[in-house]
Design a protein around this ligand. Structure first.
Ligand code: SF4
Ligand code: SF4
Length: 335
C-alpha cells in the first residue's frame, strides 16, 4: 500500500499498458444526449490521465467480456471454423457494484444449466479488476439495498488524490509495476446507505401480474431497450447468420445483444407472442432482476447501479418500480 506522485503513478501505469489492454471510464466530448454534452463511457485508454475517477458511466463495462456483436464461427460446405475471440490480458476499472455484476454474468455464462460459454470464459480468465472508489453514492444508486456496494474481489485499488494517487495492490501480478512511492495505509471507502432503504420483499407472488401499474408502464415505455443496453447484468443475445461475401464461402454466425424490452422479444415460432404490451415486458425484466434470478441463483440480479434510471428517455425508474412492488407485496398482493 503506498502513495505515489502523479509522475510515479503515470510511470507505473505506462508499464501496465505495455502488458495489458486497459478499459476504464473516459470522457467523450460532445457524445452526450445533446451535441454540447459529454458522456462518460467505458473505452480503451492510453494513459492514466484519461481515466475519469469521479463521475459515473452511462453504460457498463460488460462489453469487455460480452461484446455488443461478435463473430463466433464460420460455417458452410461441411466445415465449421471458430473465430478466435479477442482475449488479450485486460485490466478493467470497476466500481464495487460492477464487480458484483460480474458474479451475475459469471453465473449466466459459466454455470447456466451446466454449460459454459467458451467465448466469455476465455476473456474472463484474462481479466484483472482495478477498483474505483465510491465514498458516496451518485444520484440514482441503490447498491447498499441490493448488497452490492462493497467488494474484496479486485487486484488493485487506485484512488486519485489532490496531489497524486493512493494504491493498494492485492494481486501478486502487480507489485512489480509499482516500484516507486511512499508506504501508506490505503483502503477503499464504500457507501453505507442509500437515499432510501429498499428491502426487497420475499413475498412477491404472481398476483402482481394483474396490477394496474404495468398498464401505466405500457403507456410510458417506448420499448427502446436503453435500460437493457446500459445494464451490467442484462445478458440476452440473438444469433444471426451473415453470408461471407456472395454466400458461396458460407456464413458467419454472429451474436448480438438483445433486449427483453423491445417488441417481439417473446415472439415464438407460429407467431405466438406472450408479452405484447410494453408494460408486460417491463414486468418480466423487473421481476427477473429482483425475484426470479434470486430464486434460482441465491442472489439478486440487479446491483442497484441506477444506470437504467439514468438513461431512460421516459424517466421510468427501476428504484421507484421496486418501491411500488414492495408496497403491494407488503399489503398482501394484488387481488
Ligand atoms: S439498477 Fe438497472 S441497470 Fe443497474 S443492475 Fe439494476 S436493473 Fe440493471
Ligand atoms: S429505457 Fe425506458 S423507455 Fe426505453 S425500454 Fe427501458 S423502460 Fe422503456
Amino acid at each position: 500500500m503506498m502513495k505515489l506522485t502523479n509522475a510515479q503513478a503515470e510511470n507505473a501505469f505506462d508499464r501496465i499498458l505495455s502488458e495489458y489492454r486497459v478499459v476504464a471510464p473516459k470522457r467523450k466530448h460532445g457524445a452526450g444526449r445533446f451535441s454540447d454534452m459529454d458522456v462518460i463511457a467505458y473505452d480503451d485508454i492510453g494513459s492514466l490521465q484519461e481515466i475519469v475517477f469521479s463521475e459515473k458511466t452511462e453504460t457498463s463495462a460488460k462489453s469487455v467480456l460480452f461484446p455488443t456483436r461478435e463473430a463466433m464461427f464460420n460455417c458452410g460446405a461441411g466445415r465449421i471454423e471458430e473465430v478466435t475471440p479477442d482475449n488479450r490480458p485486460t485490466v478493467v476499472f470497476l466500481r464495487a457494484c460492477d464487480v458484483n455484476a460480474l458474479k451475475v454474468t459469471d453465473e449466466v455464462f459459466l454455470r447456466n444449466g451446466g454449460c459454459m460459454d467458451s467465448y466469455y470464459s476465455r476473456r474472463r480468465k484474462n481479466l484483472k479488476i482495478f477498483l474505483l472508489e465510491c465514498p458516496r453514492q451518485f444520484e440514482t444508486c441503490f447498491c447498499v439495498s441490493m448488497g452490492s456496494g462493497r467488494t474484496k474481489d479486485y487486484s488493485v485499488f487506485l484512488r486519485k488524490d489532490a496531489d497524486g494517487y493512493a494504491v493498494q495492490v492485492k494481486d501478486d501480478d502487480f507489485p512489480a509495476f509499482f516500484t516507486e512511492g511512499e508506504e501508506a495505509d490505503v483502503w477503499p471507502g464504500f457507501p453505507t446507505e442509500d437515499r432510501a432503504s429498499l428491502e426487497i420483499s420475499e413475498e412477491i407472488d404472481n398476483s402482481i401480474f394483474a396490477d394496474e401499474m404495468w398498464k401505466e408502464y405500457t403507456r410510458r415505455c417506448i420499448a427502446c431497450g436503453r435500460c437493457n443496453t446500459s445494464c451490467p447484468t442484462c445478458t440476452c443475445f440473438s444469433v444471426q447468420d451473415i453470408p461471407n461475401g456472395d454466400g458461396r464461402d458460407g456464413n458467419k454466425r454472429k451474436r448480438i445483444w438483445s433486449s427483453c424490452q423491445v417488441k417481439n422479444f417473446a415472439r415464438l415460432a407460429g407467431d405466438h407472442d406472450f408479452r405484447v404490451p410494453n408494460g408486460d415486458r417491463m414486468r418480466y425484466k423487473v421481476l427477473h432482476k429482483i425475484r426470479d434470478f434470486k430464486r434460482r441463483s441465491g442472489f439478486h440480479m440487479c446491483t442497484g447501479c441506477g444506470r437504467c434510471d439514468d438513461v431512460c428517455p421516459e424517466y421510468i425508474s427501476m428504484f421507484r418500480c421496486i418501491e411500488r412492488i414492495n408496497k403491494i407485496a407488503a399489503s398482501g398482493g394484488t387481488d
